[in-house]
Design a protein around this ligand. Structure first.
Ligand code: UDX
Length: 447
């Protein structure tokens, strides 16, 4: 009989995983403790902007006309425990307030709430990003709490999806990593992932700590790569070099690779910044903090980029101060094709300029509602054209396609001064300069 799957936590990760499991042909029950989320999902709607996810949900959510009916939602742990053979735990692990360490309380609560109802054999699979050592601790806790005791197994199966590509990354992952303690858990997970493996995704079987570390070290590597090129941007600025040409030339070396070498205002979002900090905190607890001191530098190079953009903007409006100056900010999401504004470099820059007395107007294609909630005191506009009206300087801070396609002539007619600072090295300098703008980018000569 086909395996039945529950997915606990229906945020970016869980909602996508639940829909993907239904797409692979399994009967799936998604669980969340937030009633509003469950109501939305039951209607086939998604609480965030993620391309392709709503369509995938509507193809499977029970009760929607024409759906397979394979995907249902609940708030009841007893029902989930009873339903599933495999339980994926997909709740978030945010940074603790005022600390580097991550907050494990959601993972712990989900694991415990499920475990107390597990009366028969089951496989619990952690997908959340956790400090190394968590799986060991959680396995012991589940054994303590579950009425079925030893018949409940734990596995750790980190998720590498990128926001904006969540559906594609889940259905066609670069690799599937499973940390297991026995052959049975491996066999069950091979069955779950049979389709992506048959389509070419490598399946890596390892122990708990290695599986946990693959995720944190992958994100640390990506963060390091971005900070590396941003450090080179600093040197280029001092030496008169061009970091975009430099990155292109570096990228042709396939040992280095061209991806994640885009210099600009740096990384943000709900993962990279908090994951490198939590990794440093955990290494400290393990007595291995020296191994990761370089990540402190990665973090500070990254934060310096935001401050540097504020300085460039201050210079552009006349040097002394932002008082009485209008600053247009194009972009609020931490990256394009997402409405996520968590630790967004764009909003951080906008917020700093606002605090220094600038009159800031922000526009983002999808991130406006979340931005307004997080930074209610900033000014907002409903279009790029409206945002730049009368501006003394325009900052391009999130590289949406819409911004690359802007009509530089038309915008030039409504701005106060034709000055644009490209914080993502994503616009075409010739187009903007050709339309009479002063175009400046990070790590590139002034022209
Ligand atoms: C990341 C990892 O890529 C993913 O594998 C993991 O599961 C979760 O964390 P995500 O946070 O969705 O995914 O975004 P990602 O595409 O990695 O971008 C992160 C940040 O880095 C963004 O702010 C982006 O603008 C920035 N970035 C990325 C750069 O500044 N330069 C680059 O070259 C690439």
């Amino acid at each position: 009989m086909a395996l039945k799957i529950t997915v606990i936590g229906t945020g970016y990760l869980g909602a996508t995983h639940a829909a993907a499991m239904a797409e692979l042909g399994f009967e799936v029950l998604g669980l969340d403790v937030v009633p509003e989320k469950i109501e939305l999902l039951r209607r086939g709607e998604v609480p965030m902007y993620e391309p392709g996810l709503a369509e995938l949900l509507r193809r499977h959510v029970a009760g929607i006309e024409g759906s397979t009916g394979r995907l249902r939602f609940t708030m009841d742990y007893a029902e989930a425990a009873d339903f599933g053979d495999v339980h994926f735990v997909c709740v978030n692990t945010p940074q603790k307030h005022g600390e580097y360490a991550c907050d494990m309380s959601y993972v712990d609560a989900a694991m415990e709430s499920l475990a107390v109802h597990l009366t028969g054999p089951a496989l619990v699979v952690g997908k959340s990003t956790v400090p190394v050592g968590s799986a060991d601790r959680i396995a012991a806790r589940i054994r303590e709490l579950a009425p079925a005791g030893e018949a409940v197994e734990l596995a750790w199966n980190p998720e590498f999806l990128r926001e904006g590509f969540a559906v594609e990354d889940t259905l066609h992952p670069d690799r599937i990593v499973v940390g297991v303690r026995g052959e049975h858990a491996e066999k069950v997970l091979r069955e779950v992932y049979a389709t992506p493996v048959a389509e070419g995704s490598p399946f890596v079987v390892t122990d708990f700590p290695t599986a946990e570390l693959v995720k944190t070290s992958a994100n640390s590597f990506l963060a390091t790569k971005i900070s590396f090129i941003n450090a080179m941007a600093e040197v280029c600025e001092a030496a008169g070099g061009d970091v975009v040409r430099l990155a292109e030339a570096l990228g042709y070396d396939d040992r280095i690779g061209a991806k994640f070498l885009r210099a600009g205002i740096g990384f943000g979002g709900g993962c990279l910044p908090k994951d490198i900090r939590a990794f440093m905190a955990r290494a400290g607890e393990l007595g291995a903090d020296q191994a990761l001191t370089f990540l402190r530098e990665v973090d500070s190079i990254n934060m310096r980029r935001r401050g540097h953009m504020v300085e460039l903007a201050r210079d552009a409006v006349g040097g002394g101060s932002f008082l009485g100056k209008r600053v247009a900010v194009l972009g609020a999401a931490f990256k394009p094709d997402s409405d996520d504004v968590r630790d967004s470099p764009a909003l951080n820059v906008a917020g700093q300029i606002h605090l220094q007395g600038g009159q800031v107007t922000v526009y983002d294609p999808k991130g406006m509602a979340n931005a307004r909630r997080l930074f209610p005191t900033l000014g907002y506009a409903d279009s790029a054209e409206e945002a730049v009206r009368g501006a003394d300087v325009v900052l391009h801070l999130t590289e949406w396609r819409e911004f690359r396609e802007l009509d530089a002539e038309a915008l030039g007619a409504v701005v106060g001064r034709r000055v644009i600072l490209d914080g993502r090295n994503a616009l075409d300098p010739e187009r903007w300069r050709g339309a009479g703008w002063v175009y400046r980018a990070m790590g590139r000569p002034a022209a």
